[in-house]
Design a protein around this ligand. Structure first.
Ligand code: AMP
Length: 442
């Protein structure tokens, strides 16, 4: 047997319903904020991620899936979405559009060669949103507002927004030097990974996951205390917008995020949920004003975030959605009737009804069982007599009510009855349901 690749999962039809619900909600919330979908390729030139995400980051150093294609080009499965969105905006000159900021979102698979564990895979999915083309601190707050609304729509409570600022390029560079000078004599007190990060990506040392109680890190200088005047002003303005929108946040001076491209605002959304560990990071993002230039684009500021969908799916585990059933299932008695059933079902499907029939040559009893398994709302009976008379036996599976309907009027009759049945079973007594439908009423 050929098994799936380590760190990947099959989303089987039963779970796919939950994924669809999550994706629908994701699209709906994005639309409310007027973010439009962008779909970029899942593989790109390797160089895009080396220059975009950063050579010194864990992602690029240890986690990308790189390979040579048959044309000897080095390509990489995307480990995140932002670099591709920026590449696409540059390549398609979307930065010239009159309506700014561009507000884009994406949903799709990402690939990182990490150690697989609960909620952490090698192929996983992200929802990301990017607002491109504005320096205004209002956009930082707008993107955080979208992220918070999204989690609210998913009914995830106890969400914490952590906020920090790394400052602009100038602040980042001068702070980097301050940090290097501070760490230089204390290097041997850092964990192995951080000793390497000291060279390549010193800011990440602050965010060390294994060593958070290390006094060397606790006492280290923080980016927020080394902002130049304009970076400070930007950060204060972001806070003012968040306060104005009554979005609660905590300042976390150690928050730096894993990717090189961030400038100014960085943030993370953390939740306490029984299906996740305590304080799990669901997503995060920040401003990246210099990424366009480093990818040979124009000066074009931007801010965005990404959420991991696997973690969000885990929070939805208890909302067992009722699987949708068929509108009707055709039961055939006899060879000729089977062909007839196939034809009728085909016509009903063309009219948009969810219809099916037996594809295993079952006896009638087996066909009944199958109709039940597929949760058919109506059963259609076809035998020699019905064919001769030009009628179909129509039975309401819930009430047992049965009548013969002329074949010619089957479709409109069914549509009407399905509508009435949906009304009866809406689960809302105010719609006139007497409660006999057997569904739970809220
Ligand atoms: P990042 O792009 O690293 O900022 O990650 C954003 C979010 O994506 C994280 O907060 C996680 O929820 C999710 N994520 C990152 N890596 C993985 C992974 N290997 N498996 C599942 N989710 C992930």
């Amino acid at each position: 047997m050929i098994a799936k690749i380590k760190g990947t999962v099959d989303i089987l039809p039963k779970e796919a319903a939950r994924w669809q619900a999550l994706e629908d909600l994701t699209r709906r919330v994005s639309k409310i904020f007027d973010f439009k979908e962008i779909r970029t390729p899942i593989f790109e030139a390797t160089e895009l991620f080396h220059r975009g995400v950063g050579d010194g980051t864990d992602i690029v150093k240890k986690e990308t899936y790189d390979f040579m294609d048959r044309g000897e080009r080095s390509v990489t499965l995307r480990p995140e979405g932002t670099a591709s969105v920026v590449r696409s905006v540059i390549e398609n000159k979307l930065y010239t559009e009159a309506s700014l900021p561009l507000k884009y979102y994406y949903i799709g698979p990402m690939f990182r060669y990490e150690r697989p564990q609960k909620g952490r895979q090698r192929q996983f999915h992200q929802y990301g949103a990017e607002a491109l083309g504005s320096y205004s601190p209002s956009v930082d707050a707008e993107v955080i507002s979208l992220a918070v609304t999204y989690l609210k729509a998913l009914r995830i409570d106890n969400v914490k927004v952590k906020l920090n600022s790394l400052g602009d390029k100038e602040s980042k560079a001068s702070y980097r030097q301050v940090l290097l000078d501070y760490l230089a004599p204390k290097k041997e007190h850092l964990c192995g990974d951080c000793q390497n990060r000291y060279q390549d990506n010193p800011l990440r040392v602050l965010d060390c996951k294994v060593d958070h109680d290390n006094p060397v890190l606790l006492e280290a200088p923080k980016p927020l205390d080394h902002l130049n005047a304009s970076s400070k002003e930007h950060f204060e303005a972001v806070r003012k917008y968040l306060d104005g929108m009554q979005i609660q946040y905590e300042i976390d001076k150690n928050l730096v995020r894993g990717l090189d491209y961030y400038t100014h605002t960085v943030f993370e959304l953390i939740a306490d949920h029984p299906n996740l560990g305590a304080n799990t990071t669901l997503g995060g993002g920040g401003r990246y004003n210099d990424l366009f230039k480093s990818l040979d684009g124009p000066e074009f500021p931007a801010v965005g975030f990404a959420f991991g969908l696997e973690r969000l799916i885990l929070t939805m585990e208890d909302d067992q959605e009722e699987e949708e059933g068929l509108h009707c299932f055709a039961l055939a008695i006899g060879e000729e009737a089977r062909v007839h059933a196939a034809k009728i079902v085909r016509t009903l499907r063309h009219g948009g009804l969810i219809a099916d029939y037996d594809l295993l040559d079952r006896p009638l009893k087996g066909q009944f069982k199958q109709a039940e398994r597929q949760k058919a709302m109506f059963l259609l009976f076809l035998g020699d007599d019905e064919i001769k008379q030009g009628v179909v036996g129509l039975k309401n599976a819930r009430t047992g009510e049965q009548l013969n309907v002329p074949l010619k009027t089957l479709y409109p009759t069914l549509v009407e009855k399905i509508r009435a049945e949906a009304h009866a079973c809406s689960g809302n007594c105010e719609d006139g349901c007497d409660g006999s439908c057997g569904h739970d009423h809220e």
